[in-house]
Each structure stands twice: as structure tokens, then as C-alpha cells.
Design a binder for this molecule. Structure first.
Ligand SMILES: Nc1ncnc2c1ncn2[C@@H]1O[C@H](COP(=O)(O)OP(=O)(O)O)[C@@H](O)[C@H]1O
Ligand SMILES: [Mg+2]
Length: 233
């Protein structure tokens, strides 16, 4: 098991955002976490990546207890988090953004850069362009490319399709599909349940801080409850 989240409770002050969720991600799997706005998806990813810490419960990553570990240490353990809203460096060029992604990594920088440029030829064409002038889809590619510079053991993506035109959503999902095929372990958070369930080996439904359903992507895509609540009937 690569990641094991065990009965975590997470708060924002008095707000009890995550109410005892447990799930796991095995090596090579793509696991989706779906749920409505405010369900606790981003909080879950922020807690795994060490930006927040649970009040109780535990998180294991690569057989290590990471429950109280700081975010920067988790990056060096191979945990990559592409946050909601991308957060690229707007004044830096594409290539400089990718260099920042590799900052904590000891691996071979040139090989990592070549690999990212192979996955995202668009970034290669635009490597001298500053981040702020990229389109939304290109910024998402850059945020994902930056995370991939550390050759992560686990790639966590928070709503990669958010705010993108349908054609760009297709492109981003096609890249996620390629990463999955190449063996990358992925934890994908999405409001776009249809696309996420289509790509996921397994998935969990999160509702107001609790997991209410789980199964293979296919099982959930055919569940009446999921169809009604998340797939538009
Ligand atoms: N910075 C914050 N301060 C207080 N409450 C927050 C904060 N961020 C999120 N929340 C609350 O925590 C809950 C889960 O939010 P979030 O994890 O962002 O949901 P999702 O990503 O599924 O839309 C929501 O009720 C939200 O209002
Ligand atoms: Mg969110």
C-alpha cells in the first residue's frame, strides 16, 4: 500500500471539515475522490501533503507515518500535490517554473525536463514564455509538469479540469490517462465525476466530510445514487 489514510479528523478552527475518513491508494492505481463543492476534497489533499494536520487519525505513505510531517519533507519523499487553482509562478518562464519544481529533487534534471516536455509538447514550444501569459489549460499543464519534475511516487491532482473549456478538459484527461498508463500512481480530486470515474481504477464519494460510497470507477459510474447526485440523472 502506497498511501493509507486512517480515520482522520480535520478542523478549520471550530469547523469540523473532515469527519473520520479512511481510504487507501495502492501503487500504480488511479484513485478518484469525487464530491460536491465543500465536501472536503481539497482539505483531504492538503492534509495528506502536510499543509494541514489532522486532529486525530493517521496517514501512512511508503510505510512511514507522515501524519505530522511538514510539506517540504513530503515532497522529498515523492509526494506531489497540484493544488486547486494551479499556483504557478506568473512572472517566471515555463522553464523556470519547471526548474522550481525540481528544486528539492536530487534526480537528473535534464532527463526530468525532457520527460515533461515529451508529455506536454506545448510547454516545450512555450518554454521561454512567462507563466502569466499562458492560457488556463496551459497553466494547468505547467502545474502538472512542475509536479512531475520530482518523478513523484504519488501525484495528487486537485480539480485539474476546473474552469477549462471542454476541449481542454479532454486534453488534460488524456494526459492523465497517459500518466496512468505509464504507471504513475494518481489521486485525483474532481467535481467532474463522469470524467474522473471513467479514468479511475477505484473511487470514493465524499459528502460533508465523510466517505459515503466506494468501489471501482465502473461500479460507481453505474450506481443509481452517483448517477442521480453527480452525473446529472
Ligand atoms: N480556510 C478555510 N477556513 C474555514 N473553513 C474552510 C476553509 N477551507 C475550507 N473550509 C471549509 O471546509 C469544508 C471543506 O472544504 P474543501 O475541502 O475546500 O471542499 P472541496 O474541495 O470538496 O470543495 C467546507 O465546508 C469549507 O467551507
Ligand atoms: Mg476543492
Amino acid at each position: 500500500m502506497l498511501l493509507k489514510v486512517d480515520n482522520i479528523h480535520v478542523y478549520y478552527g471550530a469547523i469540523h471539515a473532515i469527519k473520520g475518513i479512511s481510504f487507501e491508494v495502492n501503487e500504480g492505481e488511479t484513485v478518484a475522490l469525487i464530491g460536491a463543492n465543500g465536501a472536503g476534497k481539497s482539505t483531504t489533499l492538503k492534509t495528506i501533503s502536510g499543509l494541514m494536520h489532522p486532529k486525530s487519525g493517521s496517514i501512512q505513505f511508503c510505510d512511514k507515518d507522515i501524519t505530522h510531517m511538514e510539506a517540504y519533507r513530503l515532497v522529498s519523499l515523492g509526494l506531489a500535490h497540484v493544488p486547486e487553482g494551479r499556483h504557478i509562478f506568473l512572472q517566471m518562464t515555463v522553464q523556470e517554473n519547471l526548474e522550481m519544481g525540481a528544486f528539492t529533487s536530487k534526480g537528473n534534471f535534464d532527463a526530468a525536463l525532457e520527460h515533461v516536455f515529451t508529455l506536454f509538447p506545448r510547454l516545450k514550444e512555450r518554454r521561454k514564455q512567462v507563466g502569466g501569459t499562458l492560457s488556463g489549460g496551459e497553466q494547468q499543464m505547467l502545474a502538472m509538469g512542475r509536479a512531475l519534475m520530482i518523478s513523484p511516487k504519488l501525484l495528487m491532482l486537485d480539480e485539474p479540469s476546473m474552469g477549462l473549456a471542454p476541449i481542454l478538459v479532454e486534453q488534460i484527461f488524456s494526459i492523465i490517462r497517459d500518466l496512468r498508463k505509464a504507471g504513475t500512481t494518481i489521486l485525483l480530486v474532481e467535481q467532474n465525476a463522469g470524467m474522473a470515474l471513467d479514468i479511475a481504477d477505484r473511487a470514493y464519494v465524499l459528502e460533508t466530510g465523510k466517505i459515503t460510497l466506494s468501489g471501482t470507477g465502473e461500479e460507481l459510474a453505474h450506481s443509481d445514487k452517483v448517477k442521480k447526485a453527480y452525473l446529472g440523472g
